[in-house]
Design a protein around this ligand. Structure first.
Ligand code: GDG
Length: 458
């Protein structure tokens, strides 16, 4: 069986802090053998391409340090200041700087130079996410003929938005050197096809093979999931139960509404707070019956747009609490801190409503974790943004437009009064989907498609 070479910006094999994706990729690497390659997260004064190999829980990791200029231009620059906002439809926040584009290209060439000697003839190569768009092309330039797949974890933006990026066409052209490209949803895949057809003159066959500029690439929608069983077990663990009790007690008989998100402008936190405020104003009788617990660990704090969203949210939470709080009640408990996964599972289970309202999200795994953590006999209700990739599968959630405070308010009202049989009915269907299309399914589907490449595409 072929070894797997996973390449991603950061490598996170082993350790209790691993998220579901990292757990799945580690499991695949343990099973197939291979290497997980990426940036170490560390800075060096001069790039040498020295690889630090480690063996963590049966997985071989290989990492390199980057120079300060690469970190500024590639990671903080092009990845986080240019591509992330643009791909989340926020061209108002996207910064277009040639130095970022150059740094991004340079870092990818350095990754390619470094990982190239590690790749053996029968290996499958799997590149992850928007930090690495040009890597496939750079590996081809260095003579790699192995099957190379790419998975995009974030949305693919509409063609007219993408066209605002000065290097848009090169970026997409670079992707044509992959054999397989995976997206979370059909919508992102369609949007990619739209660009390739309209701007590059490509054609897409019935079975999802794009032909453009003399190259062929297979496209699949392959939604990522979570390890549903593991997460449900986590929710029943001792630590989760303790957290459940603690959180329930602190809510003193009120209904807890929970949000868990990296502090990121794509997650719609301001709009969520405004929707909740709308609910408090429209339903004064419910006011003291609810508490919103928003967990938002800070993220990418060196990027100004993240500093701005952080202070905007502090201001907003303060204003809403100031306007509505009483002697024994504050409407929003806003926590800028991360918690271990087992505690998180307990918080999800203690909350009768999960509020997941990103403005755009490639998938959104929190929605799936919330479902997996529920008590089957008395499950909570999930309110989910129509603009999260997860909405394509999770149609039994209460789907809302996250830009509309009124829709959020209405959905909160509906969730609070939803009879138990309906909660159970919706939850059972949601849980079925979360279990069926779990993270191992995602992994299998993508790697199977990659394995079939030489037969189907050449
Ligand atoms: C990208 C895409 C796509 C959050 N707070 C804590 C914590 N988390 C964990 C959650 C969840 C993960 O982080 C977040 O995953 P999401 O999918 O919700 O969002 P992104 O981080 O933006 O991920 C996204 C994903 O990639 C996978 O392809 O779904 O669309 O943007 O697992 O639980 N974990 C812990 N403490 C916290 O406080 N331990």
């Amino acid at each position: 069986m072929s070894r797997l070479i996973v390449i991603s910006n950061r490598v996170s094999a082993g350790g209790g802090a691993q998220g579901g994706l990292a757990v799945a990729l580690s499991a695949a690497l343990r099973e197939h053998g291979g290497i997980w390659f990426g940036w170490s997260g560390n800075e060096t004064s001069e790039f040498t391409g020295h690889i630090n190999f480690q063996r963590v829980d049966g997985v071989t990791t290989a990492t390199v340090d980057l120079e300060e200029q690469d970190i500024d231009e590639y990671y903080n620059g092009y990845a986080n200041r240019t591509l992330w906002p643009l791909f989340h439809y926020r061209i108002d926040l996207a910064e277009y700087e040639r130095s970022y584009a150059e740094g991004y290209q340079r870092a990818n060439e350095r990754f390619a130079d470094t990982v190239r000697p590690l790749i053996e003839p029968d290996d499958l190569v799997w590149v992850q996410d928007y930090h690495m768009f040009p890597l496939g092309k750079e590996l081809r330039r260095r003579g790699i003929t192995n099957p190379i797949g790419f998975f995009l974890h974030i949305p693919w933006p509409p063609r007219r938005l993408l066209a605002t990026l000065p290097e848009a066409s090169q970026l997409v052209e670079g992707l044509l050197d992959y054999d397989l490209i995976g997206f979370h949803t059909k919508e992102w895949l369609q949007s990619f096809c739209d660009y390739a057809q309209e701007e590059l003159g490509g054609t897409v066959s019935q079975d999802g093979v794009l032909t453009a500029l003399g190259r062929r690439v297979r496209l699949i929608a392959c939604p990522a999931g979570i390890d549903a069983k593991e997460f449900a077990a986590l929710a029943a663990s001792q630590k989760a139960r303790e957290t459940f009790e603690r959180v329930r007690e602190s809510a003193v008989g009120r209904t807890l509404i929970v949000g868990v998100d990296r502090l990121d402008y794509s997650k719609g936190l301001e709009e969520r707070f405004l929707g909740y405020e709308r609910f408090l104003t429209e339903h004064p009788e419910e006011r003291k019956e609810v508490v919103l617990l928003q967990i938002a660990p800070p993220s990418r704090g060196t990027v100004d747009s993240y500093q701005r969203i952080r202070s905007a949210l502090e201001g907003l939470a303060g204003r809403i609490n100031g306007a509505h709080a009483g002697l024994d009640w504050v409407p929003i408990r806003y926590v800028n801190q991360g918690y271990p996964r087992d505690m998180l599972a307990g918080v999800y289970r203690a909350s009768k409503i999960g509020l997941v309202t990103p403005l755009r999200d490639g998938m959104n795994l929190v929605a799936k974790e919330y479902v997996a953590a529920q008590d089957p006999d008395d499950p909570g209700v999930i309110i989910l943004s129509r603009f999260a990739g997860a909405a394509e599968q999770m149609t039994d959630a209460l789907l809302v437009n996250p830009h509309s405070a009124e829709e959020i308010s209405d959905a909160l009202r509906q969730a609070l009064s939803m009879p138990r049989p309906e909660r159970i009915r919706r939850w059972e269907r949601l849980m079925h989907g979360v279990e069926q299309n779990d993270i191992m399914w995602w992994l299998q589907r993508f790697t199977d498609a990659l394995r079939q490449i030489p037969a189907s595409v050449d």
